[in-house]
Design a protein around this ligand. Structure first.
Ligand code: OOG
Ligand code: NI
Length: 267
């Protein structure tokens, strides 16, 4: 486990940037006058609900660094379950961790995923680098496509494994923008494709959270039988509104999250 929260996020960021070339450009576009001041609202990680690597195993890395469990979310159609975590220092990114409910999937998918997870070294899960360790298995491009037909989430996991699938710009903290519509327009003007599932803006001031995201970059993955360009990771943008007590809402909105997951769909 990491002993320093900043080191963990630096490593997650470098690992994310390596397969998400658009992120550096977007970082410049939104923050250019004060590049290092972009504050991340949250990051997200994915896994399978198999004991060895379940959500709680990923969460342990954050609990050890001062995070606490705050909310839980159900995504019935996508067969996902998620929790979010917050740090005692509100400047630290929130963490959204989801897991695929493997037993709800087809026997074929279950067999593939069980085989992938069996290849992970037990000690790797608690190692410092687990959250940015990528895949611990080899799958063929046919297996990837087979998973994709049933669960985009499972297919993404088979190709990318353990890594932050997105970072999220905290719009509240930006100097150059004060609303999500202007952020989206700036992104589109610069040629970035947004996730339009459920509309460009997910959520509303009424639910105290508005979110948008890019579509994941296409990046080459080496499968056991050759290379394929497939969606890697994306960038999200979030603006939060105050609750009745005047404090900004810190949770997530399941209906919006359901659409954000689709940012890794093929273009
Ligand atoms: C997480 C999707 C949900 C949000 O902010 O609601 C999410 C994922 O794609 O793994 O990030
Ligand atoms: Ni997110």
């Amino acid at each position: 486990m990491h002993t320093n929260v900043n080191t963990l996020f630096d490593n997650l960021w470098d690992n994310y940037l390596a397969v998400t070339p658009s992120a550096d450009k977007i970082h410049d576009l939104l923050g250019s006058t004060q590049k290092d001041d972009i504050i991340n609202d949250h990051i997200a990680l994915r896994t399978f609900n198999i004991e060895k690597v379940g959500l709680e195993k990923l969460a342990a890395h954050f609990l050890a660094l001062g995070y606490t469990e705050c909310g839980e979310y159900h995504f019935e159609a996508k067969k996902l379950y998620a929790k979010h975590y917050e740090h005692s220092d509100p400047k630290q990114p929130k963490v959204f961790i989801s897991e695929l409910l493997v037993e709800k999937c087809s026997p074929e998918l279950q067999a593939i995923v069980t085989d992938m997870v069996a290849q992970i070294d037990e000690n790797a899960v608690t190692a410092d680098n687990f959250l940015y360790s990528g895949t611990h298995w080899q799958v063929s491009s046919d297996t990837y496509k087979q998973l994709l037909a049933e669960s985009e989430y499972a297919a993404w996991m088979s190709a990318w494994g353990y890594r932050a699938n997105h970072f999220t710009v905290n719009i509240n903290m930006l100097a150059k923008f004060d609303n999500i519509h202007d952020v989206n327009q700036a992104l589109k003007n610069a040629g970035f494709a947004l996730n339009t599932s459920g509309g460009e803006v997910k959520g509303s001031p009424e639910v105290l959270l508005e979110q948008s995201s890019t579509l994941a970059d296409d990046y080459a993955v080496t499968f056991s039988d050759g290379e394929l360009r497939i969606p890697s990771c994306f960038y999200e943008f979030a603006i939060r509104y105050p609750k009745a007590d005047g404090e900004l809402y810190t949770g997530f909105v399941a209906a919006s999250a359901d659409k954000i997951f689709e940012s890794t769909n093929a273009r």
